[in-house]
Design a protein around this ligand. Structure first.
Ligand SMILES: Nc1nc2c(c(=O)[nH]1)N[C@H]1C(S)=C(S)[C@@H](COP(=O)(O)O)O[C@H]1N2
Ligand SMILES: [Mo]
Length: 505
């Protein structure tokens, strides 16, 4: 932009320099908010993002999930950043206009700062942290009240450059500070030690895991491997101390349980596998962990459900909600530990639900309320067209192909069929004409656990490998191909495996 073109003409409603400085105010205001709040729900972008997520129509969400996938988050987060910058820039513009119209620079700056603080407080409900956004808005509004004049355009250019450089420096420092401030997850006194029962189970999973050449999860996924699906970009950051769960609605008695009361209940350790209804047929939103928690049933019995529909709405701190039958909930589990440690923030700290054999979306994280209903209602994803509250589809994944030292090709993966269990995995190396049984890992204890499979064969030029699982009821995985939307992907995973591919993986 040519600074010469920036002098204020009195007939301009807003001048270029006012636009420039209000944008700098907006960007640095957002950076300042990040510096004091970190990547948490007190950061000005977080509530805006939650609103964007809530208001995005289901069809668009479904389209993004299917066509953009994981990167879909970037779209709404970019929009949310733009809105936050726009809002703060707007407060600066108002200040700058008032300053110029009334010839009162300090009144303009004060107005911009107050507006920026007020708006940020309204958005984040954090008056003190809102000062982080208001400060830089005030500074850049103040600099902007000294208008460029055509007579001194060299000086104007210098002033614009200095301002831009200062803004960049400020943003850099804010990113550093914000990173330090972002803590997330259980506090160190909440992290917990791996107890003996969990480590025995983890060892069992380790010893039952097949010796697979390719790089895929063992029978227990690590924290790093375990997939994540969140409706919001900013996970709730809850402490166990402040947490409680209410069972309410159509019940004989309302119950509220605090974290300590929950963990005093009979504690169990269970292997439970999770799978997202939105994942592609051979996707990786399928993982398994050892969870520490307590069964839901006694709590439900205490509350004494009465509703007509025998169904429950589960709600969470991130405004997520899902509804499904009480029968499924009764088999459920309230977990506060994962692989022997406190539940990580991203998996629902301090308490999440695990519903055996049902799609991932029923496994509510950051749970705070179970409401028994009189009438069925749609949950968050069902409102957006998904049918993901029922039992999972059977699937065998083909996650690795490797060339072995013995000259053979190894294909391997995991298979999952919810509470039906996986009985057999079959592999075809001729595109589905003939089938052979794969080697399967010994079943882990538990009624909702995946298994690993592997299969070796003599390489030919190129061949079509197909895999399918047979569940505990003897039912073969459905062959017909369908997309994940709305009821979960179906079909058999197939891949053309040739020696070149296999040796490079
Ligand atoms: N509160 C809350 N619970 C939630 C979700 C969410 O966005 N918010 N996502 C659901 C979905 S769609 C899935 S597949 C699982 C994923 O759990 P994970 O992130 O621990 O793997 O959590 C479910 N529970
Ligand atoms: Mo999901």
């Amino acid at each position: 932009m040519n600074i010469k073109a920036m002098p204020i003409k009195t007939r301009d409603f807003v001048s270029y320099s006012e636009i420039l400085f209000s944008i700098l105010a907006g960007v640095t205001g957002v950076a300042g908010s990040y510096a004091v709040a970190g990547y948490t729900r007190q950061f000005i972008v977080a509530p805006i993002d939650a609103l964007v997520v809530r208001l995005t129509p289901g069809l668009i969400v479904a389209f993004v999930i299917q066509n953009v996938g994981e990167q879909g988050h970037l779209l709404h987060i970019a929009l949310s950043f733009t809105i936050a910058i726009g809002v703060l820039a707007g407060t600066a513009i108002v200040g700058l206009l008032v300053a110029r119209r009334f010839g009162q620079p300090s009144a303009g700056v004060l107005l911009a700062a107050t507006l920026a603080w007020g708006v940020t407080t309204a958005i984040t409900t954090e008056p003190t942290l809102a000062l982080g956004a208001a400060g830089p808005v005030a500074v850049f509004t103040a600099v902007g009240t000294a208008p460029f004049s055509s007579a001194e355009h060299d000086q104007s250019r210098r002033s614009a450059l200095i301002s831009g450089a200062s803004a960049l420096t400020f943003i850099g420092v804010s990113i550093g500070l914000g990173r330090l401030v972002t803590t997330g997850g259980p506090a160190s006194d909440e992290r917990g030690e791996i107890d003996e029962e969990v480590s025995t189970l983890m060892q069992e999973a380790e010893s039952k895991s097949l010796d697979i050449e390719g790089d895929i999860p063992s029978l227990v996924s690590t924290f790093d491997e375990f997939y994540n699906v969140d409706i919001a970009q900013f996970d709730p950051d809850l402490s166990a101390k402040g947490w409680s769960l209410t069972v309410t609605g159509e019940v004989g008695t309302d119950i509220t349980v605090a974290f300590d009361e929950l963990t005093d209940m009979p504690t169990e350790r269970r292997f439970v596998t999770l799978r997202c209804v939105g994942e592609s047929l051979n996707g990786h939103k399928l993982d398994n962990a050892v969870w520490t928690g307590t069964p839901i049933k006694p709590l439900l019995e205490e509350a004494d459900p009465e509703g007509e529909c025998r169904c429950a709405m589960l709600r969470a701190e991130d405004d997520y909600f899902v509804q499904f039958p009480i029968e499924a909930l009764e088999d459920g589990f309230l977990a506060w530990g994962m692989n022997g440690q406190a539940l990580p923030q991203s998996h629902g700290h301090p308490v999440r639900v695990l519903i055996p054999g049902h799609w991932g979306e029923t496994n509510v994280k950051w749970l705070d309320e179970i409401e028994l209903l009189d009438e069925e209602m749609d949950g968050y994803w069902e409102q957006r067209g998904w049918h993901g509250t029922g039992p999972v589809n059977t699937v065998a994944k083909l996650w690795s192909e490797s060339m072995l030292g013995n000259g053979k090709i190894e294909v391997a993966g995991h298979a999952y069929a919810g509470t039906r269990g996986v009985d057999v995995v079959e592999v075809s190396v001729d595109g589905g004409d003939t089938w052979q049984d794969a080697e399967l890992s010994e079943p882990l204890p538990g009624e909702d656990v995946w298994r690993q499979w592997r299969f070796e064969f003599e390489p030919q030029d190129s061949q079509m490998v197909v895999v399918r699982a047979i569940d505990g009821d003897g039912t073969v995985q459905a062959e017909e191909q369908s997309d994940s939307f709305p009821s979960g992907a179906t079909g058999w995973v197939s891949k053309t495996v040739n020696m070149m591919d296999a040796s490079s993986s």
